[in-house]
Every structure is written in C-alpha cells, then in structure tokens.
Design a protein around this ligand. Structure first.
Ligand code: PEP
Ligand code: MG
Length: 758
C-alpha cells in the first residue's frame, strides 16, 4: 500500500462513519453498520465494540465476525481478559497471538477461539474510558502503527456517539452505561448557595480550520469589523446592571476594554494576516505566541491576565466565525449549571443571568476574576473540582452545592429531592430572616448583641441593609487592591471608602488598613524574598510600616472620605504595641497635613488593633490602654494558637476552635476588655456559625462580625438563647480540667435541650 493509500484509508472510513451517524437509523442498526464498516476498511475478520456499564462490566454491544447471538450477552469485568485490561489501563493492546497473552479470557459464546491476532483500543472521552473497540484476524499478524491510529480515531467518533446518549436506548433497566452513573465530586466552596439544573459544558476553544487567506485586504477588513463588534460587546457589558456601578468586576472589564484597544495586539494581528493567514488563524497564532512566551510564568497575577486575554481572544474568534453569544441563548437550558476547566470573567457574563443556576470550575481560585463576577451575580460556585469536565456531559442533571463545594452529577432521585427540599427550605428560611431583619438581636433574658458584617467589595454593600446588620465590623480594604491590576490610585480608594460610608448611612464601619502578604498576594507588588512561611512573614502592619507611602496614601483617602463623620480604623496583625504607636504617628501626620489645607476632617477618629498574634495575650492590659477598641481575628489567632495553617485542607478539621484552650483564650481577651472598659469585637469566621456565635456570647462577647449571609441564622439563634443558663454551663466547663471534654458536643446538647436553632 502506498503512503497515500494508507492516509486515505482512515479518511475514507471517517467519512463513511460520519455519513452513518447522519442516517436515520435505530441505534443498534447503526452500531452494526459501524462495526461492519470498520472491519471492511481494516481488512479484519472481526470488529467488536464493548461498552462499559455503571456496574463496571464491559458488555458486547455490537460485533461483525463473532457470534451475533452473543451481543448484549458476552461480558467481561473491568480488568478481566484482554478487553477488561484495555479498559482498566486505558491503553491499546496489539497482539499477533492473543491466546498466549496471560490476560486472555475465553468467552465460549462468542466463538472467537479461531482468531489469533488482536488489536484493541480504549474508547476514551476527555480522559475517561467508555468502552473498548477491537479488531481480530485469523492470521498471526502484527497491526501496523497507522492501523492502530485509525482504530483510535474511529474510537473517538464512537465515544462521541456514546456521550450524546445515542446508546442509552439499548441499555436494560438497572444496567445503565458507566457514563450515566451518578457521581459526586468534591471541591471547594467558592460561593455559597445550592443550584439544581442541567450541565452546560463551557467550550472556550474554537477550532480554526481555514488557515490561509485569498485576499489579505479583505481579511484585514473582516478583522477590523470583528474587533469593532468585540469592543462594542465589552462596552455593552460594562453598561449592564450588575456591573454598572463602581466595583472590582467593573475593573476586570475595564482591563478587557484596554486589551481590546491595545495597538500592539492589533498590529501583530494585522501583520499575521498580511503574511497570508486568515483573520481567525492570525488571532490563534498571536494567542499561541503569547502563550508560549508566558508558559513558564508562575505568577498568579500574570496567569490571571493570560486567562483574561484568552477569554478576549476566544470572543474575537467566535465573532469572526459567526458564533456570537446570541447563539448561546438559543441552546441554553433554563437552569444551566456551567462546567468549565477555567473561565474568563466576561465569558460568564455572556450567559443570561436568569438561566444560570450554578458554576463548577476544575481550576480557579476563590479570588479569581470569574469567581468575583459569579459572586456579584449571586451564583453558587464550586471550585477546584477535579474531574468535573470529563465526568459531565451536556444536559446531565446536576447539583452544585456551593456551601460544601460539592457537585453531584446525574444524582439519584432521593438525593435530588433532598436538595430540592434544601432549596425550598433555604427560601423559607430566607423569608424568616427577612422578617427578623428589623428586629434587634436580643436574647429572651435581655442580653443585647451587636451583629455586624464583614465586607470588602462594593458588591457587598447592598447586603448591609438587606441583612439588617448593625454595621460593618470589618471592611477588608485589601480586596480592592487584590482585584486591581496596579495599586489603586488615591482617588479610587477615597471613592470606594466614601461609597461605603454613604451606603452605611449612620451605621458604624470599621476599616482595616490593608492586610496583604501571607495568602493575600498583590500580583503587582512582589516580596523580593521568597518566604518559607508567608503566614508568619512580611505581611499586614509589618509590611505597611515598612512601606509607609502605602499606608499614608490609604489613611489620607480614609480621612478625606470620612470628612464630617466618624472614622473607625483598625490595624491587622499587631504583634508589639510600638507598631500601634508608629501607625498612630502616621495618622496624626496625615491629620495635621489635611487640616493645614483646610480639609473637612472626621468628627472623631477611633483606632483599634486586631488581636491575631498570640504575643498580645501577655500584654492585654497594655494593649487595651493603647487603643480605642480591639477586634479578635479568630482565623489568624486560631491558626497561630494551634500552629496549623488555616489554608491547609489536610488539617482543616483536625483541631476545633470550640475547645477548652481556645475558648479560654477568647474569654481572657473579652474579660480584659471588660476590666479596662475597652470594647472588644470578634470578626473571624467563628462569628458566622450559629453554634460558635452562641459560645462567643456565652463567654461574654457582645459584638461579633460575620458574612452577611450569617446574620439571619445567628439572629434566629440569639432570639432563642437563654443566656444565663449558657453562661453558667460555659463558666463551669472552662474552669474545670480540659481533659477529654468535647465542648462542641456539650454546646450542641445545650442547644437541643433548649430548642435553639443552630
Ligand atoms: C482573621 O484573621 O480572623 C480576620 C478576620 O482576618 P482575615 O481573615 O482577613 O485574615
Ligand atoms: Mg487575619
């Protein structure tokens, strides 16, 4: 056979298969024709297809050459026989004398004993085995590499057929295909909430097949036109309701607009067209050049920029190939769960909000742009979910549990109804919380608790009113810095702070000066030294005191924004009291500077410190004397007390903050506040869980700050809490030897006994 014929063979076969796929045939008839076609094309006496069922058995679905009566009867377990070995290893087997192979298993019903040579390939889709395709001959022959390749390509077409559900009608009840098996995948919670719906595999890649242009000028004008529509579509997104106001997702889109208008990019595109490429091929070439250059960069900021850029490039490609976002709307289910490896922020905005029920990302970080946008849109998100893309098929029923970071694909009826109930229950609870919104948080025995929210993004602001919280207990100013591409200018900082104070009206807001370093990296601001333990490193107040320009700009912006109102400022990660004194000096200098220029100053300025570093525990009274208030950052304090990285998932549930030692630490702090007349609040995650919020109130905390979504559940708990009884129980627990006590269980029993909703 000449080289040309060898290449023609698979091409002819693929063409025949494509025709067969398009013919209106019953699935079994189609499969029978397919295996016949493959056998004929490959000059094989046998061609058989085995499909993997959910119970781990490979069932013969079609054969040419073996006993036709064995179809749907012959079966092998995963790992059993040659076919099972191929499926289990996802590797082909090419054997001139199959019967001498140690794994060979004889299936008498098939009559295959007369065949000696055997070539089998796995039917793979996105790395997953769906079945095995085999050809056999009587003669002892070794199949050539091009034959192996042809069979593998054919297997891809069959994989497509299985995935689109064509074979589902051939299954018997209880023996569904593996592909239809329910699976639950575990990832991380990126945004709370539960979504039920149907999978939409997000396909960012557009395959360019037309490479060379006939007329460069015409291609340039196509390119210009597409660029024009691209810019318009970005402007359109920027004017949409959910991004129309000032905020970090707006900043992301502004960066897109900058890219789309970048002269360098456009020039490189035009150059590639002039060199003979079509506009789409030029876009792809410039993208892969860029990728190659950035391949070795590990910097998270640049990686994020690259994904913004990929997003933009794909939009341009779709524009050029006439596959605009409008098309999406036509085919999108009403309850779409988008599943993607990773995704650009603008791509998510292409999907109409009212049809989105959830987002699943294989990669991504809680702070990636697409997640920020998803949060702004209020969509549950599970991130870092390995295997999501390969396990999901378009149209599969799916559940995203954003609270737990779990994804359930093709869930069984009972799981689905349990989640549907959870969604209804949530809705009812939300209704209840809305009713509580304007009621104060007071226990039945008259103890008043101030419930505050933690915020940091402009999108969080409406939640202050919606949750009915008493104010913002922690405004994480670093978030504005983290989502920007360069240091936010003084004006942008001032504008955000002013918006925050305006939104809060007369409710108090506590701004924390930027807390970067540790796990919060600013991509454009790098620490020159590589830190072995960044959580214990150059971060928060340590960093800002070393870079006073940064702190000065921020303080000035805060002072100006709070002109005529109260300004509450707090310092993160204080270790020594001298740090407070140094920060105070900087603040005083800024106050003097602004008053010299007759600026409107805050009516009062309260300075607080966060208690996150254990060293402060042995200078509590001095600390209280040095500040106007203290806020316990229980996330960091706990990680330092138990010497356990707060981000290490392996250790996530190993130590419990609701334990005697940690509660004793927290009690000592609040007692010191009481003793010295210094207000103490707590603003870590602990405050947002009703059971731990209950413990905090029991040991003396009267102000706690949490995510806005936690206000309702915590307030509902407060309304049922008999404070005096709880105090008595906790005083007793904490004063006795700690050995063997399970405080969490004791708290749970207490709540059960008094009917407190946790
Ligand atoms: C904390 O450490 O508890 C805290 C509130 O700060 P962050 O979570 O931002 O480090
Ligand atoms: Mg902290």
């Amino acid at each position: 056979m000449s080289t040309r014929d060898m290449a023609a063979g698979p091409r002819v076969l693929l063409k025949r298969l494509r025709e067969l796929m398009a013919e209106p045939l019953e699935p079994q008839a189609r499969l029978d024709r397919i295996v016949r076609e493959i056998a004929a094309n490959m000059v094989a006496e046998v061609c058989s297809l085995y499909v993997l069922r959910a119970d781990g058995v490979l069932e013969l679905y079609a054969t040419e050459g073996l006993n036709p009566g064995s179809v749907h009867l012959a079966q092998l377990k995963l790992g059993q026989g040659l076919v099972g070995t191929i499926a289990a290893s996802a590797r082909p087997l090419n054997l001139p004398d199959a019967q001498t192979h140690p794994a060979f298993a004889y299936l008498p019903e098939t009559g295959e004993e007369i065949y000696n040579s055997f070539l089998g390939v796995p039917v793979l889709r996105a790395g997953r085995t769906l079945g095995v395709l085999v050809v056999q001959n009587r003669t002892k022959r070794h199949y050539r590499d091009d034959e192996l390749e042809a069979l593998e390509t054919t297997a891809m077409v069959i994989a497509e057929m299985i995935a689109t559900g064509d074979l589902a009608r051939l299954t018997r009840p209880g023996l569904e295909l593996d592909l239809r098996k329910p699976v639950s995948l575990a990832g991380h919670s990126f945004n709370d909430g539960v979504g039920l719906g149907h999978v939409v595999l997000h396909e960012p890649r557009v395959v360019v097949t037309n490479l060379f242009n006939e007329d460069s000028d015409e291609e340039i004008s196509r390119l210009d036109e597409a660029l024009g529509s691209l810019r318009l579509s970005i402007d359109d997104m920027l004017s949409r309701r959910e991004v129309a106001f000032e905020g970090e997702h707006r900043a992301v889109l502004e960066a897109y607009r900058m890219f789309a208008n970048d002269r360098g990019w456009v020039r490189r595109l035009e150059e590639a067209v002039r060199n003979g490429l079509t506009a789409e091929a030029a876009v792809e070439k410039v993208q892969s050049d860029m990728r190659a250059r950035m391949l070795h960069m590990t910097d998270p900021y640049l990686r994020e920029r690259m994904s913004d850029f990929d997003d933009l490039t794909n939009r341009l490609l779709r524009q050029l190939m006439g596959r605009g976002p409008d098309l999406l709307a036509d085919t999108l289910p009403k309850d779409a769960i988008i599943v993607a490896r990773s995704m650009g922020a603008a791509e998510l905005l292409d999907y109409p909000r009212d049809r989105l029920r959830g987002l699943v990302l294989e990669d991504g970080a809680a702070t990636s742009h697409v997640v920020i946008v998803a949060r702004a849109m209020g969509i549950p998100v599970a991130g870092q979910v390995p295997g999501a893309v390969s396990m999901a098929e378009n149209g599969d029923p799916a559940i995203v549990d954003g609270d737990d970071g779990k994804v359930h694909l093709r869930p069984q009826a009972d799981l689905e109804s349990a989640y549907a109930e959870k969604v209804r229950f949530r809705a009812r609870r939300q209704e209840l919380y809305r009713e509580l919104r304007n009621k104060p948080a007071v226990t039945p025995d008259g103890v008043k608790v101030t419930l505050l929210i933690n915020a940091g993004l402009a999108v969080d602001l409406p939640q202050l009113a919606e949750s009915g919280a008493a104010g913002i207990g922690l405004f994480r100013t670093e978030l504005q810095f983290m989502v920007a591409s360069t240091f936010p200018r003084a004006e942008a900082q001032e504008r955000l702070y002013r918006d925050v104070l305006d939104a809060a009206r007369d409710k108090p807001v506590t701004f924390r000066t930027i807390d970067i370093g540790g796990d919060k990296v600013l991509p454009y601001f790098k620490n020159a030294t590589v830190e072995e333990n960044p959580a214990l490193g150059w971060r928060a107040i340590r960093l800002t005191l070393d870079r006073p320009g940064l702190l000065r700009t921020q303080i000035r912006a805060l002072l100006k924004a709070a002109g005529g109102r109260e300004l509450r400022l707090m310092l993160p990660m204080v270790t020594e009291l001298s740090e407070i004194a140094q920060a105070r000096e900087i603040i005083d200098r800024e106050v003097r500077h602004l008053s010299r220029f007759a600026h409107h100053l805050p009516t009062s300025l309260k300075l607080g410190a966060m208690l996150e570093v254990p060293a402060l525990m042995w200078q509590l009274d001095e600390l209280m004397a040095a500040v106007d208030f203290v806020s316990v950052g229980s996330n960091d304090l706990f990680q330092f007390i138990v010497a356990t990285d707060r981000g290490n998932t392996q250790l996530a549930d190993r130590f419990d903050p609701l334990s005697v030692p940690f509660l004793r630490v927290l009690k000592q702090i609040v007692d010191a506040g009481e003793r010295t007349g210094t207000p103490v609040t707590l603003c870590g995650e602990l405050a947002g869980k009703p059971i731990s919020a209950m413990a905090l109130i029991g040991i003396g905390y009267r102000a706690i700050s949490m995510s806005a979504a936690a206000i309702g559940p915590v307030k509902a708990m407060v309304h049922e809490l008999p404070y005096a009884a709880l105090k008595e129980m906790l005083d007793d627990t904490l004063s006795k030897p700690a050995r063997g006590r399970n405080v969490r269980r004791e708290l749970q029993s207490f709540a059960d006994a008094y009917g407190i909703p946790l």
